[in-house]
Write a protein that binds this ligand. Structure first.
Ligand SMILES: [Zn+2]
Ligand SMILES: [Zn+2]
Length: 353
């Protein structure tokens, strides 16, 4: 085992691949869940603190994504995101189905994630797009989606990889319809708007009549325009592909379908590459461990959460007291997966006593 991996093993603990229901914002449903405690969309809309946007595009083997589709995504983002140093869309090699077999699409997306190729260049804003076929483990997951708890990734399903669906999901990433003056916090009430919840009869007829249905209404466009000059919350940032939210005493490092609680004292030295490799290793372990189990138990694995103490020469393993203190704080976190994880762990501690 390489030295690095051994260090990670020794010092990182209490991380689990768990069951968590309700992590997807429902494009099919009338209203999705609203992120009220943070506004990551401003990291995309504003030129500060990130003057570049890096979009990593992954496809599962057998899914063709045309350059035209990606160009449409790029011009959509170009129009609404103020990124003076450019928007880069990087398409990775297709991921072999064998590698992600029997994984939920959320965990599969983590395995595909490489993060921005920084190569010494400054950190950009980061967005992950995964085109996939239904895996059969998705419990009826058929439509394109954005994760509710970390809306920095788009999941585009087979047959829906039309520019319309992709741009609609990008609209969610950009925080559209949180303005409830013309929406229900996830979708727009203005008919004909690209962010309208349902492609209903009106939409179908409009499409048939050759009307352009993939445009944003004036209200939505205005919201995006206003967002460009709104203040970005100082506790939100990207580290590689991770969205980091700094809280009192701890930080939360998120990917779609993954939340790591990180002690505040070590967040500044977090090596995102190391953290990402570690999570991938955990997912592969869980994948192996359930290979011989029944389908039901495999279906349960679709969220990674845990307390992560990244190692650095400046840090040491957490003492039980430190860990308890962090968990107590995280137990009141506004994000459900983080809060639930912390509360569960606290309960375990109590039972051990
Ligand atoms: Zn939607
Ligand atoms: Zn609208």
């Amino acid at each position: 085992m390489p030295l690095n991996a051994r260090i990670i093993k020794a010092l990182v603990y209490r991380i689990a691949v768990i069951l968590f229901i309700g992590a997807l914002s429902g494009c099919g449903s009338k209203s999705g869940q609203l992120l009220t405690y943070m506004r990551p969309e401003l990291l995309y809309l504003n030129p500060q603190p990130y003057s570049r946007l890096y979009v990593e595009v992954d496809t599962i083997e057998g899914f063709e994504v045309t350059d035209q589709l990606l160009n449409e995504l790029k011009s959509f983002l170009n129009k609404y995101c103020s990124k003076p140093d450019g928007i880069e869309i990087v398409k990775d090699k297709p991921v072999p189905i064998s590698e992600i077999e029997e994984l939920s699409i959320g965990l599969a997306s983590i395995l595909c994630t490489d993060g921005p190729g920084t190569g010494g260049i400054e950190q950009p804003a980061y967005l992950h797009v995964l085109f996939h076929k239904k895996t059969g483990l998705e419990g009826g997951e058929r439509t394109s989606r954005v994760s509710s708890f970390c809306p920095c990734g788009i999941f585009c399903t087979e047959g829906k990889a039309k520019a319309f669906a992709l741009k609609h999901e990008a609209g969610h990433v950009l925080g559209l319809c949180k303005n409830t003056a013309h929406g229900d916090s996830a979708h727009c009430r203005n008919r004909g708007c690209m962010m309208y919840a349902h492609r209903d009869l009106f939409w179908s007829l409009g499409s048939l009549a050759g009307l352009q249905m993939d445009k944003l209404c004036d209200d939505c466009q205005l919201d995006l325009e206003l967002g460009k000059s709104e203040l970005v919350e100082p506790n939100l940032l990207f580290k590689g592909p991770f969205l980091i939210r700094q809280e009192d005493g701890y930080s939360v490092a998120s990917l779609p379908f993954c939340d790591l609680i990180i002690p505040a004292s070590v967040e500044s030295v977090l090596d995102w590459n190391e953290a990402l490799s570690f999570i991938k290793e955990k997912i592969k372990e869980a994948q192996k461990a359930t290979l011989n189990k029944d389908r039901e138990s495999r279906k349960k694995m679709w969220y990674v959460t845990g307390l992560y103490n990244p190692n650095d020469t400046n840090t040491s393993p957490l003492s039980e007291i430190d860990e308890l203190a962090i968990l107590k704080r995280a137990a009141t976190d506004p994000s459900l997966p983080v809060k639930n994880y912390a509360m569960d762990k606290l309960k375990e501690f109590e039972q051990e006593q």
